[in-house]
Design a protein around this ligand. Sequence first.
Ligand SMILES: Cc1cc2nc3c(=O)[nH]c(=O)nc-3n(C[C@H](O)[C@H](O)[C@H](O)COP(=O)(O)OP(=O)(O)OC[C@H]3O[C@@H](n4cnc5c(N)ncnc54)[C@H](O)[C@@H]3O)c2cc1C
Length: 463
Amino acid sequence: MRARRETPRETGEITLVGAGLAGSLLAIFLARRGYRLTLIERRLDPRKPSTATAAGRSINLALANRGIAALEEVGVMESVRSELIPMAGRMLHDEEGRLRLIPYGNKPHEVIYSVSRAGLNTLLLNAAESTGRVSIRFGETVCGVDFADRQVRFVSAEDPERQTQATPYDVLIGTDGSASAVRAAILERTGGRLDEEPLGHGYKELSIPAGDGGRFRMEKNALHIWPRGEYMLIALPNVDGSFTVTLFLPNQGDESFQALTTTEAVYALFERRFADAIPLMPRLGEDFFENPTGHLETIRCEPWSFEDHALVLGDAAHAIVPFHGQGMNAAFEDCSAFDQCLGDPDRPWNEVFSEFERRRRPNTDAIADMALENYIEMRSTVREPKFQLKKDLSFRLEERHPGRFIPRYSMVMFHTIPYGEAKRRGAIQEEILEELTSRAASLDEVDLVRADRLIAKRLETIR
Ligand SMILES: Cc1cc2nc3c(=O)[nH]c(=O)nc-3n(C[C@H](O)[C@H](O)[C@H](O)COP(=O)(O)OP(=O)(O)OC[C@H]3O[C@@H](n4cnc5c(N)ncnc54)[C@H](O)[C@@H]3O)c2cc1C
């Protein structure tokens, strides 16, 4: 058995499993604290031309305030900025092909940003390596943890025999995503709890290529949505003028992935429900059958750590459905929150891990719930006149009560108010909005004096 490490925390070495978005950013935070890091990553180096592919589950992502705040903390945001496309609102496509923009925020700077997953991951890997404290071992898949000997078991892509090898660790952090091997090891060792809640809907990535000379063939500065009640299509812009399109659909049923077994069936669905997208998608049939159907679920687990050995963070601890565009943002906020738990150098790892979980879990549980709710908003509620009225009224109330009434979407996307608090305040605000709009058909008919009274009574100012 390997001797238990007696090294003081501040001089320790840390092994991270997974050099995706959370792993690469966490490495930068920890290197700045003086730790030495080894990252073990299953993929081959995505920066090498021979292995460059989309580095994960979606080609582009929406980056918002929480993610930006964490990137700013470690000084990489300026390099990220040139890779971003601002999206000022949702561009709704109705079934007749009519367009309507619903702004996300109430102020010009309240936008979210489309960013390439591979581009952002590469930038973070480079920034991590440039600290001089990070070494990355690509092509190694972790398959287990031997806690008694403080060893990680892995299989190397370079080994033709695929034999299991082992490497020692001092402290282990699993940033290995929603199917985390480190999480499995922690839960097995602790007898912990894993809740996997499948959504029953999956997703398929499709594409709209750029027009001549890299021209965007739809409004560039928007997140496009074709809301169709039970399901939806969305599209986010890429810097090369293309859009990455994602079809979200039930797994089973009349209109489902299970039912789409032929190119004719795919085109029939699109002609019926997304007709204006067809001329923009010359590779619809090929994309549909060449790209995998992704699985969507919410994962909650407990505990996130084992003694002073190991912790999970990011999707490994709390994978959520993608409808609030917050999984990566939450993972980046995790990195910052974990860094804040490291302030006292004498505090042992087990206490740091427990403190992190205690602070973070109520918030990651809250964003998991809000992300599920947002699917219904995006695919359905967004089409209703009442949604628009409540949105307009929210913005009006935000102007009348700054720092007191902030639309829930804005609290999540444009502020760093803890998710749990955003959810709690959001529920109160929704009751106020419901009460004020129950008999109003337009903003002019809303009793704003009553609104002021309700807000003064029910919402305290945000500190
Ligand atoms: C369709 C879709 C759209 C999304 N859109 C958004 C969005 O707009 N905004 C947003 O904020 N979030 C979005 N997300 C969520 C976001 O992708 C995740 O929350 C984010 O990637 C989490 O980062 P992570 O580093 O924790 O995990 P990952 O990005 O999954 O990284 C895990 C890394 O670990 C490696 N790994 C896995 N297993 C092992 C192993 N056994 N050994 C070694 N290495 C391993 C993987 O190769 C990977 O590099 C979306 C997700 C999906 C599915």
